[in-house]
Structure formats: C-alpha cells, structure tokens
Design a protein around this ligand. Sequence first.
Ligand SMILES: Cc1cc2nc3c(=O)[nH]c(=O)nc-3n(C[C@H](O)[C@H](O)[C@H](O)COP(=O)(O)O)c2cc1C
Length: 362
Amino acid sequence: MTDLFSPITAGPFDLPHRVVMAPMTRNRAEEGNAPHSLNAKYYKQRSDAALIITEATQVCPEGMGYPGTPGIHSDAQIDGWRAVTDAVHETGGRIILQLWHVGRISHPDLQPGGTEPVAPSAIQPAGEAMTLSGMKPFVTPRALETAELPALVETYRTAAKNADMAGFDGVEVHGANGYLLDQFTRDSTNKRDDVYGGSVENRCRLPLEITDAVVDVWGADRVGYRISPFQPYNDISDSDPEATFCYLTTELAKRNLVYLHMVEMGGNEETGDFLSGRNKLFAKLRDLWPNTLITNGGYDRAKADAVIGGGLADMVSFGAPYLANPDLAERLHSGAAYNEPDRATFYGGSAKGYTDYPFLGD
Ligand SMILES: Cc1cc2nc3c(=O)[nH]c(=O)nc-3n(C[C@H](O)[C@H](O)[C@H](O)COP(=O)(O)O)c2cc1C
C-alpha cells in the first residue's frame, strides 16, 4: 500500500518519500529584507524533506506585510537566497520559493512612502497588522486600478526570473490564507466591477494571469499553487467556496502545474479531520486535479498514511512539526518522539527557536 514513505515522481522531481516542509514565515531576514547565513543553516538542517517550500517571500516592496520577511526583488535578496539554495542542494535537497504579495494585510508603516496597502477593493480587514512598533489596526486599503494590474503580473514574472537566478528548483504561487491573490479570488474581499471582479471567472483572472506569467518563466512542471478554500484567517470568506475553488482548480489543471497545495484548516477546527468526510470539497478537488496533490494541516504519520493510502492526496506538508524538528522525515519514518514547537520564537528573533532544535541523537 502507498504511504508517506513510498517514493513518488512529481514533474521533474524523483522524490524518495512524500514528506514536504510547509511554507513558514519566520521573520528573520536581515538588512534589505535579504536572507543571510542563519536562514541558509535553517533550511539546510531541514533538507531531508522531499520538497522544502520556503517562507512566503514578497515579490515587491508593496507586497510586504510583516517585519523581517524576505523579498525576491533586489540583488541582495537574490544573493541571499542563492546561499540558501546552495546550502540545501549541497545535501541533496530540493527547495521551492513561495511567491507572495500580502495585499491589504499590511500597514502604511511597512509600505514604501507610508502609503495605504493595495487590495482588489477598499475594504478594511478586521484585526491588526504586525509593525516594527507593535500591533496596529489594519487600515482601509487602496483599490488597485484596472490599469495597474498588467504591471503587477509583470512584477510576478520578474520575481519568478529572480527565483531562477537564485537557484531554486521551482516556485509556488501563494494563493492562500487571505493574501492578495486570495483577496481577488474570494467574494468577501473582491467587490470590483471591472473584468477582475464579479463572476468567479473574473475573480480568478488575476491569479491565473499571474500563474501564466510564472509558468512562462519556469515551465508548468516547476510551478505549484497553494489554496485554502476554508481558511477564515485574515478576515476572508467566500459565499460559495465550492464554485470558486472548483473553477480555480479546473483552470490550474488545464495549465498542468506540477502540484496543487491545499491548506485544509478552517472547515472544522475541532477535528481538523479530512477523512471524516466533512470536506467533500476536497474529494471534488482531488477529482479535478490530475497531478500531484499536497495536503496540509495538523497531520501526523497515521493521518498522512491514511490520506495518501486512500488516494485523497499524494503528499503531505508539515508546518509546525518541521519548524521544531529539523529531521522530521526521519522521525516520522522511525516513529521517534518529536520536539515541541516553541510559539514564542515563531515570528522573529535569532537562532533560538530557529536553528537550535535538536536532531535525533544530539
Ligand atoms: C510560524 C508559521 C508561519 C507560517 N507562514 C506561512 C507562510 O509563509 N505561507 C503559507 O502559505 N503558510 C504559512 N503558514 C501555514 C503553514 O504552512 C501550515 O499551513 C500550517 O502550519 C498548518 O500545518 P501544520 O498543522 O503541519 O503546522 C505558517 C504557519 C506557521 C506555524
């Protein structure tokens, strides 16, 4: 029976197992929001993952929404990421860059010139932004003009080229968790009356144009896409997630991307259980998706084996467990105990809670 440790081929990647490191923002970029040697060490430590998906990485300065997150729009950032990819490749790992624009989940304190963040529509999110001087209420964003959107597509194209220069093995378009592309996709945040709003086809237009630009650079077999159909995080929702995400998945499938990366959270926080049948949508999306499907959210070895064995997903990504266990794949394989993640050091800081989690045998 196929399980978490069955080898798999995904596009050009021949992978020894199906354990993926989920993207995780760690707010430890330095000068100029560029990665540095500590970040290279962190990713290298985790290169037993079949695929590492990096922390979300802004495609332009306006795409930034938290202090200390890395970008992929300057030479220093490309150089910093090159040191990371070299370190991962030295140990035989594979690393994919998550391309990010936060849209309205930002604050003037983090924006060039102190202006409002941009979004599909001028709707203020509930909640607070993390700024350099503490948490501050989100502001009402500026709705992007239709005429600005082609330049945004080009921004992603350039970021994708930069990722290639930085030595990545592929890129993941971040379409999840209430950030810019999710804000366009879901109807609680997109109230536009141009060709980028209204119908589901229109709401998915910008995410798909961006995907096409990224595929132009990389080829479809090195581009993945992340969705979170039920995720309410960042004050987002959709009146008909089934219609929205079945359409988006069908369109992404036509483009033959190497993988679809699904975040399961949000449908049922109590059980987080994909197999109970609570999320029939996942089964539908599986049927619509011909290539590798990576799923995510609260997995352990038994649940991962079950979801893969049942054919509902091909690979499983692990977030918090990977943060705290550099050798997570080995621990999942051998059934060894896990280090517990320390939430106090998730977002920002130094080596503590970043590169000092012990390996088995330490
Ligand atoms: C510290 C931290 C940072 C995260 N940052 C990102 C991110 O940059 N991009 C993203 O798509 N998801 C991000 N997530 C969500 C994770 O990728 C994943 O969906 C979530 O942790 C659930 O998986 P888990 O139960 O295995 O931890 C983050 C999660 C954590 C814990």
